[in-house]
Design a protein around this ligand. Structure first.
Ligand code: SAH
Length: 261
């Protein structure tokens, strides 16, 4: 430090002015960088409702409609439901990205396209009573609530179920949340016109098959980690006719002890 000061003292007036200018320039660049990084981190976390709305429209155009989802009502519901309200606050600026997101307790909210696809394949309409297994954040249930008369949804992790119940009850009157093991379905509310399963068992749970109405559809990821397929099952004359649609990766369906089905 003293070396630098004595070096500065030996400089001519012109050189000192030049040094001052260089020093000021460096200071301004550093301040600029600081302001920019602060501003961008704040904006990333507190977008306005208008910004969220345009992100949501972009999500539907680029990730959902562009990939072939056609049902106008499903597209409308995906434009309407505020996905950023269903993810943890510190990552809500990422809510409209083309990927799943962590929601706590080691669980995830599905990629928006998968939510739209699973909703479209059950051919939702107003008169339907739908069961969802794996409430998670409550987002899929909210999309269903926009389209169907009654939505029943079961979550096995109490903390997630309580959180989802809170936000869903603020927004909808037609969603019923239960904390429990969805493998067993919801016999008191059965039969269902459609069942959407958002966690993966190794094979289709018999109680869910039994609780599906004739001509009803179930969409379910089946298989062990790494090799799951999204399957659509249609109940025809009491039997389930299966059609595989695509390979997927969902969290496993587990029982109350955390063991995989
Ligand atoms: N549909 C959710 C995503 C769910 S992730 C959403 O829109 O956010 C899958 C969820 O299934 C997890 O929350 C997990 O806890 C739950 N789950 C796993 N096994 C279950 C079971 N047997 N019954 C009910 N929920 C189960």
């Amino acid at each position: 430090m003293t070396n630098i000061l004595s070096m500065i003292a030996r400089l001519h007036v012109g050189e000192k002015i030049m040094m001052k200018k260089i020093f000021l320039c460096i200071l301004m660049v550093l301040c600029g960088l600081l302001v920019f990084s602060l501003a961008s981190s704040c904006c990333a976390r507190t977008l306005s409702e208008n910004e969220y709305l345009s992100l949501r429209k972009k999500m539907v155009d680029e990730q959902i409609e562009a990939r072939g989802i056609k049902d106008k009502n499903v597209l409308e519901a995906m434009r309407k439901v505020e996905r950023h309200r269903f993810v943890p606050k510190d990552i809500c600026h990422l809510a409209y990205g083309d990927h799943p997101l962590p929601i706590g307790e080691g669980q995830t909210i599905s990629q928006p396209y998968i939510v739209a696809l699973m909703t479209e394949v059950i051919r939702p309409n107003r008169s339907m009573r739908v069961l969802e297994i794996g409430t998670g954040s409550g987002y899929q249930a909210a999309v269903l609530a926009e389209l169907c008369d009654d939505v029943y949804t079961i979550e096995i992790i109490e903390k997630l179920g309580i959180q989802a119940q809170k936000i869903l009850s603020e927004l909808y009157k037609n969603v019923h949340v239960k904390i429990g093991d969805g493998y067993k379905g919801w016999p008191e509310a059965a039969p269902f016109d459609a069942i959407i399963v958002t966690c993966a068992p190794a094979s289709v749970p018999q109680p869910l098959a039994d609780q599906l109405k004739e001509e009803g559809k179930m969409v379910i990821p089946v298989g062990k980690a790494g090799v799951q397929h999204l399957v659509i099952l249609t109940k025809t004359k009491g039997r389930l006719i299966a059609r595989e649609i695509l390979p997927v990766r969902f969290v496993p369906m587990v029982n109350s002890k955390g063991e995989k089905y």
